[in-house]
Design a protein around this ligand. Structure first.
Ligand code: GTP
Length: 661
């Protein structure tokens, strides 16, 4: 698997190499486009990590992560914190001739590379979120594919996706990591479902939310720009309207004269109008012969003074005739002005109120480039391109012609009966500056939350499993302890009891006897089955065992009823300890036992009843000497056997009593 991963990483590196080679050949020098360089750096780090050199690999990955983090910050931080201009200023030493938009890797690539580098840095451990990181990169790369589609990328302000070859290289790095890490997760696949799917779902939702938000923000930005264009067009129309109204006042002010104005009068009157409407190239008085006899300002228009307009500007003849001969306002169309450049000339009649005849016309020459430049002087012409057009002819234009954004706006204008278009096109830099950061911020927060969710769920799942295992081993331990305690009880019981008859054994009997230090009188009884060997020999050991068991039960009944302890001494021999029993009582008990056994009707093979012989010894007073007491009882038993069996023989304080049946 590792070999396949290494091969895939090399393939991805090869693709980036081709990209860089292409750029090298195209520009005769390696351009500092950081995107393929960063992919190369991450890929190299990943390759070296896969080859087992973790320190060097991590060093390279850290080297890639630092600029990537800066690029991400440039997407996230609000414009009023760190402006676009500041970013460009900071990057100037590295990328002197490229704008931020040119050198900054695309947003989805930045995020994808950060996650790839982080995952390669951290390693394959599911507890550090490796499966989620790779899942997130997959979704980011899918989103890059979507953003690369022609319809999606045509109108974008920001670059969201890397070019195709670089995307393929990113896929290569992703698949290589997945192949290398998959076997590690396979062992834990059961535990990965619960944390992975909800976290991945959150990543998916964040990406969809981002996609939606960025669309809304772009639409809102476009609407703003469109509105700005409409406002400019409105101002343009208003200005034309205002200056026409002012001109009419100006023209009327001459009506009281019955001779053409003197030069001083003309300058005096025209000067404030020219100050208010700086885009007037001049304000001139035209006599009935269409000759310009007064003009203000003089300095720029000296050469037109005295010119006969019917001769030098025939295209304006109609408009001028209206004012000179018919007493009506006349407006030229868009004409080439005598001073050069396109413009409009308004002619207003000056009529003598005395005899109501035209004396001449007041002409106001509006240069359209000057009008556009003056009217929109507060517009940042470095970042908005502005154009005034008639049909396909550009009448005036302002602003940059390169680095323009994807959007163009136009509004139609009616300028004294002529249809013009005012076109604005904001530059990329302006759009980037105005673009809201909210979608990117919400995406970054969404991805962070998804990662935290994964970690919490994974830790919870892990703890739950550990808790369950602990619980299970606790239960096993408890059972083990219980089993051992039971075994211990059994061992302890067996140490003091006889397994066949369940009676106390010789040890317990001796302990009981030893404990009788004060109780006097004290009797002991030894009871031996008569001819038991014959039972075994003729009826088998199983029957022998059954008889012994039965005898034990009978003996226990009789002896315990009298407050004594009945025990199996060994073989077919039973003993009893009878505290507080004098010789007589002990003999009564022994007799009762002998008779009960006889009454049980346990038979030999030939029909004879099973009998027992019993020897008794009683200690009336004095210290207990167990060996002597037992020996005396044994001797009594011996005498019982010797004197014909099936009888009780008592010995008291060393004196043996013989009792008949
Ligand atoms: N079935 C069985 N037989 C046992 C057990 N313990 C001892 N015996 C047998 O008990 C018999 C005891 O025989 P002996 O000591 O010769 O005495 P006896 O045949 O009872 O004859 P007397 O005591 O002289 O009346 C032996 O055959 C032992 O094998 C036991 O737990 N089960």
């Amino acid at each position: 698997m590792i070999r396949i991963a290494i091969a895939l990483t090399c393939l991805a590196l090869g693709m980036v190499g081709i990209v860089l080679l292409g750029e090298y050949q195209a520009r005769d020098a390696i351009s500092l486009d950081p995107q393929p360089l960063l992919i190369l750096l991450v890929g190299m780090g990943q390759l070296i990590r896969l080859m087992g050199q973790s320190t060097l690999g991590r060093l390279l990955l850290t080297g890639a992560l630092l600029p990537l983090a800066v690029a991400l910050l440039s997407y996230l931080l609000p414009e009023y914190w760190v402006s676009l201009a500041t970013w460009e200023h900071l990057a100037h030493p590295l990328f002197p001739s490229i704008s931020l938009d040119g050198w900054r890797p695309s947003l989805l690539t930045v995020l994808g590379l950060i996650l790839l580098a982080a995952n390669a840095w951290l390693g394959r451990s599911p507890s550090l979120g490796s499966p989620l990181l790779l899942g997130t990169i997959t979704l980011l790369l899918i989103m890059q594919c979507v953003e690369s589609l022609p319809y999606a990328s045509a109108n974008q302000v920001l670059r969201y996706a890397a070019p195709l070859m670089q995307q393929l290289a990113l896929w290569g790095l992703l698949i290589a990591q997945t192949v290398a890490f998959l076997p590690t997760w396979y062992a834990e696949r059961g535990n990965l479902h619960r944390p992975l799917w909800p976290a991945l779902a959150l990543v998916g939702i964040s990406l969809l939310f981002w996609h939606q938000q960025k669309g809304l923000e772009d639409r809102s930005l476009r609407a703003d720009m469109h509105e700005q264009n409409r406002q400019l067009a409105g101002r343009f129309s208003q200005e034309i309207h205002d200056h026409l109204a002012a001109m009419r006042r100006f023209a009327n002010s001459w009506n009281l004269l019955d001779t053409p104005p003197t030069s001083a009068q003309w300058t005096h009157q025209a000067e404030p109008y020219h100050r208010d409407f700086r885009y007037f190239l001049n304000i001139a008085f035209i006599n009935l012969d269409s000759r310009i006899i007064r003009v203000h300002p003089m300095n720029l228009n000296r050469q037109v003074l005295g010119e006969r307009l019917f001769d030098v500007q025939p295209e304006g003849r109609e408009a001028l005739s209206q004012a000179l001969f018919h007493g009506r306002e006349g407006h030229t169309g868009i004409v080439e002005l005598l001073q050069g450049g396109p413009g409009i000339i308004h002619y207003l009649p000056v009529i003598s109120t005395d005899d109501n005849r035209p004396m001449g016309a007041a002409a106001m020459v509006v240069s359209l480039p000057v009008l556009v430049g003056t009217l929109f002087d507060e517009i940042d012409t470095k970042r908005v391109f502005l154009e005034l057009r008639q049909g396909e002819t550009t009448l005036a234009s302002l602003g940059p012609t390169t680095g323009l954004g994807p959007w163009q706006y136009q509004t139609s204008l009616d300028v004294v009966g002529h249809s013009l278009k005012l076109i604005t096109r904001p530059s990329r830099a302006l759009l980037l500056e105005r673009r809201a950061r909210l979608p990117v911020v919400s995406l970054a927060i969404g991805l962070t939350l998804a990662y935290l969710l994964y970690l919490v769920l994974y830790a919870y799942r892990h703890l739950a499993l550990q808790h369950r295992a602990l619980h299970r081993s606790n239960a096993e331990l408890r059972n083990e302890v219980q089993a051992r305690a039971k075994l211990q009880q059994e061992i302890e019981w067996l140490a003091r009891h006889d397994e066949l008859t369940a009676l106390p054994n010789r040890r317990l009997f001796m302990e009981t006897l030893k404990a009788q230090t004060k109780q006097r009188p004290l009797s002991v009884m030894i009871c031996d089955v008569d001819h038991f060997k014959q039972i075994n020999d003729h009826q088998g050991h199983l029957i022998g065992d059954r008889y012994l068991k039965h005898l034990g039960e009978v003996g226990r009944d009789v002896v315990e009823e009298a407050g004594g302890l009945f025990a199996r001494y060994g073989g077919e021999e039973f003993v009893a300890c009878l505290p507080a029993c004098n010789a007589r009582t002990a003999q009564d008990i022994a007799e009762r036992l002998r008779e009960r056994i006889q009454a049980e009707n346990l038979q030999h093979h030939d029909g004879r009843r099973l009998t027992v012989s019993i020897g008794l010894a009683t200690l009336e007073n004095g210290p207990l000497d167990i060996a002597t007491l037992m020996q005396v009882a044994d001797e009594a038993l011996y005498r019982a056997k010797a004197s014909g069996r099936d009888r009780v023989v008592c010995a008291s304080n060393g004196t043996s009593l013989e009792a008949g049946r």
